[in-house]
Design a protein around this ligand. Sequence first.
Ligand SMILES: [Zn+2]
Length: 490
Amino acid sequence: MTPSSIACAAVRASSTTTIRPTRSVTSFFHLYFNAFHPQSMMAERNRHLPDPDRRVVPKIGRLGPDEQGFHRITYLAQEGRPLTFRITDTVLKAELDRPLAPGDSTVFEIRFRSQVPLQTRRSGRDNAEGIDFSMSQWYPKIAAYDGRGWHPDPYIGREFYGVFGTFDVRITLPACYTIGATGMLLNANEVGHGYDRISSRGWTRFDPREAGLQCTPGDSLTWHFRAENVHDFAWAADPDYIHEAWHDDSLGVTYHLLFQPDVAERWQPMRQWVPWLIRYFSRRIGRYPYPQFTVVQAGDGGMEYPMINFITGRRSPFSLLGVTAHEAAHEWFYGVLASNENAYAWMDEGFTSWATTEAVAHLLGQAPDHRDAMLSVVRLQQMGLFERLNTPADWFASNAAYSVAAYPGGEMLLDLLGYVLSDSLRDAFLRAYFHTYGLRHPNPYDVEKVAEQVSGLRLDWFFEQLTNSTYTYDDALEVTTQQRTPEAGA
Ligand SMILES: [Zn+2]
């Protein structure tokens, strides 16, 4: 091979590895509520897993006509021209009236009528703790498009990938409801419910019983929220919520806690924990970029959304702290970095798990210990059930394999990265990663690239083996001996 042919080969190689966005003639929207039906893909998938999600089955198979979820699309248009579309389970595929070129923009209008499902997984009405509305994945949401094309992933069980944007949302409910939501409430003085008297001098408290608030038929209130640079919008509403709030001048963030009276006492430490966590992660990873952070009693466990987290309230103190810390850490990895969790769950859940362990230990004055994460991986490897970290979230053969690869798998990766680089360089990597890729949907190669840039080391061997293989990991040194090297000439 002559030098010139080597140069040509190199040019060809680089041009074929670049994926360029092409003109799109279709568009996709998620219709998440359609999952909550006995014949949905979510129900079917869980029927065939060896270890189905107990939050989904058997409940999803028993949903009656009034309890199932659905979205009915009554109108879909692009720039005023109606589009033809087809719905398959939770995905709507529309044929565009005007194809979209790279960098192009367009306007869609969607009108829809939906039935809020009885709360089955994450979203819905009347959860197990009596919260009326846990409203996540509640509207037709445009699918993500990136260098790999469209990502119209059906809603089968877990993980999301969204597009950054501005949400301007008006919610009209009976006036007795208190709402917690993504974004800033723009009409606080009109709405009240504690949003109108937030102070930096101390926590304020709105209790509907003390305010004498009663649900009166026909009496409604419209709440107007706006959120920028977020990839989803969630809200929860209940007439019994106590609403506590405080504005943190040092960070420029308002904290909101919404919970029912029966958990009020056990939620009191949250007044300290929530600001501490947001400040801690701001220091370790990068400044929290949003104007407010809300923790609301809702959903079916713990679930992260931009600026708002749903957690169930009836927990032990340690469980409450753990879930609050975990969902708060998601604001950085899920919320701002916003990688494709469907494809690379470890980048979100794993890094979040690592940050949770760090935060809880520091809050309790202990040394962080990530050995449990490593043990979870090793045990599953020994059982022959471990799957590689880069397995798409819904493709794992069992929930156990997903749960270990995504959570402790990613936590172990970050812990081992500290072992390879040093803890201080691992921390510097995290800050550089957040700073460089915030709001940009990084992929695993971006993680590797930043780690290499910060450390000056080549790390493909590290990331390739940990994310794309099921190689077992063993850092035990069984025998160490030391022998003196004979000195030259001795
Ligand atoms: Zn999580």
